[in-house]
Write a new protein. Structure first.
Lengths: 284, 152
């Protein structure tokens, strides 16, 4: 199995090199399909938005960058998924267990989870993110140290579990016990910050589809997270991306894993309701 | 000679984020009802060459992030958020341009264009930019002098 993978990898690397050499005429359609899984990159916008359609960030990238996501052997994010599989099987902590010891059906058990997160968890009495669930298991069930948010080991595990939901429609609840937090997230989305005095909405709602210098502005959706970025050659978490956008407008970012970014994540995730879970996706 | 001494003074004072003698402080700028600002912020004539540098520099004005400008067709990427600045030097008076560079919100209600000579009233400014203006008063005058060369 592993061997076969390597073989196919080198074959596609050769193919994609030829593809780059072919340059300008490189065309990729707006339909994204990976290994037979159809990924919806457009959807009717949720009722609370003033726009008609929600659009995956994939659509805003160049044909070359898009192409990297059409085949898992070309997707550089999949290397980290492989690392997470090793981590999944590795015993850690005082209980002598690995993830695999409890989740005997493999990470596939979590199909659908990504699409619902962040979500209210009655047992925990709070809104939970993927990172929270990973650390809950590590601490409570394995007796291991929690993983740090927005660090490679965590981002890779988030990628592995997100992958299980690939192609499933994002369906984040915004009412009931999460309503207040969602409202807080919405407020942050429209609040201008930093010396450049801009809100998320200025770029990702009012100006998606246009160029801001060399960058083609997307809707800033998070259905594709974690995202492998060609710019920094690693997986990037949702909160790391939020930090990056805040720094660009010379704002002091909120804390990764903190209350504000959790609220913002809930809100931004819900703006993508209807799009497919796509992670790990590839961006520039 | 006098000018260059004043310039040097401005430059070193700007380092400490205070206002040079003869410079109008950000909070003292007087706007007309339509957002125009009469009279130089520094008393020193703007330098269009430095203005062009500030205009395209990503760490300074970064005006090209949002505006295209045919005069800079040698620069690779021009933004599409704001209008093209071709002809802006004839379309707007000096006072109007000074006003919209200082604080464009007085000219265009709710605009996304940053204020370039405002140092307070922002939310969660990164500490190294706290209490500071985006450009110095002289840089605003320099960019203004450059924009005035963009006539059709």
């Amino acid at each position: 199995m592993k061997k076969m993978k390597k073989f196919t990898l080198s074959a596609t690397v050769a193919a994609s090199l030829a593809f780059f050499a072919g340059t300008a005429s490189a065309q990729v359609s707006d339909a994204l399909e990976v290994d037979g899984t159809v990924i919806s990159t457009t959807a009717p916008a949720p009722d609370f938005l003033d726009i008609d359609q929600v659009l995956s960030g994939w659509l805003f990238r160049t044909p070359e960058t898009r192409a990297l996501q059409t085949d898992d052997f070309d997707n550089p994010g999949m290397v980290f998924v492989d690392q997470a599989i090793d981590d999944w099987n590795a015993v850690d902590g005082s209980e002598g267990k690995s993830c695999a010891s409890c989740h005997t059906n493999g990470p596939e058990e979590f199909a659908g989870l990504r699409a619902e997160l962040p979500r209210w968890d009655e047992a925990q009495g709070k809104v939970m993110n993927m990172e929270d669930y990973i650390n809950l298991s590590r601490v409570e069930h394995m007796g291991a140290e929690p993983l740090k948010w927005a660090k490679p080991r965590m981002d890779a595990m988030v990628a592995l579990i997100s992958l299980q939901s690939r192609g499933m429609p994002i369906n984040v609840a915004i009412d009931g016990p999460v309503a207040d937090m969602w409202e807080q997230g919405r407020e942050l989305y429209y609040t201008r910050v930093g010396q450049l005095d801009m809100a998320c909405a200025n770029c990702h709602e009012d100006n998606y589809g246009v160029m801001i210098r060399a960058d083609h502005l997307s809707q800033g959706q998070i259905n594709g997270f974690p995202v492998y970025r060609l710019k920094n050659s690693k997986l990037n978490s949702v909160h790391a991306r939020f930090s990056g956008c805040m720094k660009n407008i010379r704002a002091q970012p909120f804390a990764v894993g903190g209350e504000e970014f959790r609220a913002l994540e809930l809100y931004v995730a819900s703006r993508g309701n209807g799009l497919s879970a796509e992670g790990p996706s590839v961006r520039n | 000679m006098k000018n260059s001494m004043l310039l040097a003074a401005c430059a070193s004072v700007a380092l400490f984020a205070t206002v040079a003698i003869g410079e109008v402080a950000p909070t003292d700028v007087v706007f007309s009802d339509t957002g125009a600002v009469e009279g130089s912020l520094t008393g020193v004539a703007g330098d269009p060459t430095n203005g062009a540098m500030v205009f395209k520099n990503r760490k300074k004005g970064n005006c090209l992030a949002c505006h295209s400008n045919s005069d800079m067709s040698d620069q690779q990427f021009h933004g599409e958020i704001g209008p093209s600045l071709d002809g802006a030097g004839s379309n707007w008076s000096e006072a109007e341009l000074r006003g919209l560079l200082t604080n464009s919100k007085n000219t265009f209600d709710g605009t996304m264009m940053p204020a370039f000579y405002v140092d307070s009233g922002f939310f969660r400014v990164m500490s190294k930019f706290e209490g500071r203006t985006n450009l110095t008063a002289q840089e605003v005058e320099d960019v203004l002098a450059y924009i005035q060369t963009l006539t059709e």
